[in-house]
Design a protein around this ligand. Structure first.
Ligand code: F6P
Ligand code: MN
Length: 336
């Protein structure tokens, strides 16, 4: 059977996009995919990116990473202006949104983390891009910061690109989750993981264990029970992984089940948490839930959180449904 490219997939699934709400979405998604392909090619250069001249004037680790962050941001901004359908963009790399200056009103807002986990670049470990597409509110010609502050439940589409041993694009438009692998020779993403579903049975957790002494009691309890293994209340042994790259972590959990946590703790409480709501937590929550999993702050459903600021942080607990439900139950019990 002929491999299905991302553009063929989008064309075939046009019927999902036939409503006025989704008008033009395939073009926007295609442009985002092209941005990810460009970012993939500079990420693949590794340390060479710092000496290529076009990307960096020095090759020190910190500066090279910073240059790649900014370069990825520039690539997203450029791609987001092609269709004329995006009214404004917000990014981890920009304090304020970028507002498009179109004759025609853009229908969508694009929010992204252009290069997540970028401290991994200098180590040649996995990094990724995360994006979320929101509707530009009705009647808004020129969006203001306020217009980006929509709960995750309002997302029209979301996805991530994982620059791992291969480059993958995983997306949802609210009709399940599909994964594509970049065929470098073709220069296109090819459907390799149709209808992704997160396994219910989970024996793996991902959390930065060095923060243990700062965790709240419900998280302490959940992890202690995992660590107790077959002799404990869970009656089974758990494995642990921490790549420190959210895209890699979420992808692993999507493929083989488990739970990812970056919860609010004593260290991050004042800031609201560690990860960002609009361009890290919400798009990942949308994907995980579309794949049959669950995403929560511990206290409320992730996609129900009303954002109050663009770069707002939040506690993140997501993954296989039964595991997330268990941690959420522990949080509720604590409140009772
Ligand atoms: O963007 C934040 C991030 O790089 C995530 O990709 C990752 O999950 C997290 O930080 C790792 O944080 P830490 O270094 O505290 O483990
Ligand atoms: Mn990030």
């Amino acid at each position: 059977m002929q491999a299905q490219t991302f553009s063929t997939f989008l064309a075939k699934t046009q019927r999902y996009f036939s409503s006025a709400d989704h008008d033009g979405l395939p073009r926007v998604l295609n442009d985002v995919a092209s941005a990810c392909i460009k970012i993939s090619s500079i990420v693949r250069l590794g340390a060479l990116a710092g000496t290529s001249g076009s990307l960096a004037s020095t090759n020190t680790h910190g500066e090279t990473q910073q240059v790649l962050d900014l370069e990825s941001n520039r690539i997203f901004l450029e791609a987001g202006q092609i269709s004329g359908l995006i009214a404004g963009m917000a990014s981890e790399e920009m304090e304020q949104p970028f507002i498009e200056n179109h004759q025609q009103k853009g229908r969508y807002l694009l929010v992204f983390d252009p290069l997540d986990g970028s401290s991994n670049i200098s180590l040649n470990l996995s990094v990724g891009s995360i994006f979320s597409i929101l509707r530009c509110p009705d009647g808004v010609e020129v969006p203001a910061l306020q217009d980006f502050l929509q709960p995750g439940s309002q997302q029209v589409a979301a996805g991530y690109a994982l620059y791992g041993t291969s480059t993958m694009l995983v997306i949802t438009t609210g009709q399940g989750v599909n994964g594509f692998t970049l065929d470098d020779a073709l220069g296109e993403f090819v459907l390799t993981h149709p209808d992704m579903a997160i396994p219910h049975e989970a024996k793996e957790f991902a959390i930065n264990m060095s923060n243990q002494r700062f965790w709240e009691l419900p998280v302490q309890r959940y992890i202690a029970e995992c660590l107790a293994g077959v002799e404990g209340v869970r009656g089974k042994d758990f494995n642990m992984r921490w790549v420190a790259s959210m895209v890699a972590e979420v992808h692993r959990i999507l493929v083989r089940g488990g739970i990812f946590m970056y919860p609010v703790d004593e260290k991050t409480r004042e800031r609201g948490g560690r990860l960002r709501l609009l361009y890290e937590a919400n798009p990942m929550a949308f994907i995980i839930e579309q794949a049959g999993g669950l995403a929560s702050t511990g206290y409320e459903p992730m996609m129900g959180v009303q954002p109050l600021s663009l770069h707002q942080r939040v506690g993140v607990i997501l993954g296989s449904k039964v595991e997330v439900e268990r941690v959420v139950a522990y949080h509720h019990q604590q409140q009772d």
